[in-house]
Design a protein around this ligand. Structure first.
Ligand code: C2E
Ligand code: MG
Ligand code: MG
Length: 443
């Protein structure tokens, strides 16, 4: 299965020849099944490797482990069955001449065999899997439909828990179906021009003015409509697309900034902490900056720590470099992250953004409510500014103006809007919020 060129199957780069081989084998199996009136199965298998292999990525160990898993898979099947690795963690299996009952037995055997301990090198890793199955001819008679239905059932199995298999029985799990569409279509979204950026204003309580805006990516999907990054960013991460998306958003923002004479606003761009580890990050960023003549001082990088960091030292080094270049650094979703306090105080950051859910969970509890002010004070003592996000209404606004935070962001100020809407509505938003201040003068 060694091919030079690649195409996308699902969300990963795959050797063209393996997809071709899968399709050829499946076509052949379906032709035989039709002729001899046999039933056959298409199985989609996802392997869940231990987290310590993915962050930071340990390709060598991962490859050895996947080879061992592949050997176990072959050991659980007959010679006439086909096993194809379709991306870094998924396999497709074609089982010819099999009843649903026997297929269930085989799938359970496979799950059991994959999750059994790996003696010697990998005995401490626990590996789980999920399997989706679509039977020919009951589930479908079409090759591509069989493949898609098997993948949808894999997501259905995932909802049931670890190490489960799920057969297509005529009822489509709509949530699983949506996931497959998102995962399959995301790699093409950028090229097809379906992604765009919206901007959410950031309001300074002291200056009583909009001082910045956060760039938030959006996807206008042809059949599913608007999809928020909250729903697709994890697929982008799995598919290794986050770097591409970051640079695309970065360039979009720079283009818009260049088109504006008024350079009053600062623009925030989200950057996952994983991406800081990318060797070419600094060079690529400065190339785009130069291309559009944008000063780093006009950009804030919002760092999201959605994974446990094993390389805080490297993250710190990169942040220092970005600071030296002149960027402002904000730590996003503060309160929900993984940094220990001792790591946090060493980070060269300028802002913390208090996570909306974190703040609201504190507000709900009488005992916890009292820690919000000390958190803000602690940040100020560390010479950090504080942004509160997710202010939705007048009541929340009233609560927050009483506290000593610096910037606020949320639907109450404005929902994320297009760049053009943003530039046109700044004065209007500021006048409206000023009206609310006259009723709620900060203490
Ligand atoms: P985030 O950076 O914490 O962005 C804030 C999210 O809260 C945005 O969701 C925003 O629309 C939403 N939000 C703002 N005000 C309110 C409010 O008053 N109430 C409520 N309930 N929500 C509010 P969105 O746009 O869906 O983005 C979700 C997350 O996806 C972002 O969280 C960010 O982590 C990530 N994201 C967005 N754009 C990008 C991007 O270009 N690159 C990367 N890596 N991540 C991105
Ligand atoms: Mg953010
Ligand atoms: Mg946030």
């Amino acid at each position: 299965m060694d091919g030079k060129s690649t195409e996308r199957e699902g969300n990963h780069d795959v050797e063209v020849s393996s997809i071709q081989l899968l399709n050829e084998r499946l076509d052949l199996t379906l032709a035989f099944s039709k002729r001899y009136q046999m039933s056959s199965a298409v199985v989609y298998l996802r392997i869940f490797l231990p987290l310590e292999l993915s962050h930071p990525k340990d390709n060598d160990t991962e490859t050895i482990l996947l080879n061992k898993i592949s050997a176990r898979l072959h050991g659980s099947l007959r010679d006439i069955d086909t096993v194809i690795k379709v991306n870094s963690r998924d396999f497709m299996i074609v089982i010819a001449d099999i009843t649903e009952h026997d297929c269930q037995v085989i799938c359970e055997r496979i799950i059991h065999s994959i999750s059994a301990p790996y003696p010697n090198d990998f005995h401490y890793f626990s590996i789980s899997s999920s399997m989706g199955i679509c039977m020919y001819p009951y589930g479908s008679e079409e090759r591509d439909e069989l493949k898609t239905m098997a993948k949808i059932q894999m997501y259905d199995a995932l909802e049931l828990g670890e190490n489960r298999c799920s057969f297509y029985k005529g009822d489509l799990n709509q949530t699983a179906y949506r996931k497959v569409i998102i995962e399959n279509d995301l790699p093409y979204a950028l090229k097809k021009g379906q992604l765009y950026v919206h901007y959410q204003p950031q309001y300074c309580l002291k200056k009583r003015a909009i001082v910045g805006a956060e760039a938030l990516i959006r996807w206008n999907h042809p059949s599913l409509g608007e999809i928020s990054p909250g729903e697709f960013i994890s697929y982008a991460e799995d598919a290794g697309m986050l770097n591409g998306l970051f640079f695309w958003v970065f360039e979009e923002v720079c283009k818009k900034m260049k088109s504006m004479k008024d350079r009053r606003l600062k623009y925030s761009i989200n950057l996952s902490v994983n991406q800081l580890l990318l060797d070419s990050l600094i060079l690529d960023i400065s190339n785009i900056q130069k291309q559009y003549s944008i000063q780093a001082a006009q950009i804030t990088l919002e760092i999201t720590e959605n994974i446990e960091i094993y390389t805080v030292r490297k993250v710190n080094e990169k942040l220092h470099l970005l600071k030296e270049m002149g960027f402002t650094i904000a730590l996003d979703d503060f309160g929900n992250g993984y940094f220990s306090f001792s790591d946090f105080i060493k980070l060269p950051i300028d802002f913390i953004k208090l996570d909306r859910d974190f703040v609201f969970s504190l507000l709900k509890n009488k005992k916890h409510k009292g820690v919000i002010t000390p958190i803000i004070q602690m940040a100020h003592n560390l010479e950090l500014k504080v942004i509160i996000e997710g202010i939705e209404d007048h009541t929340q606004f009233t609560e927050w103006v009483k506290l000593d935070c610096d910037l606020i962001q949320g639907y109450f100020i404005s929902e994320p809007i297009s760049f053009e809407e943003l530039t046109e509505s700044i004065a209007e938003i500021e006048t409206r919020v000023a009206g609310d201040f006259s009723v709620n003068e900060p203490q």
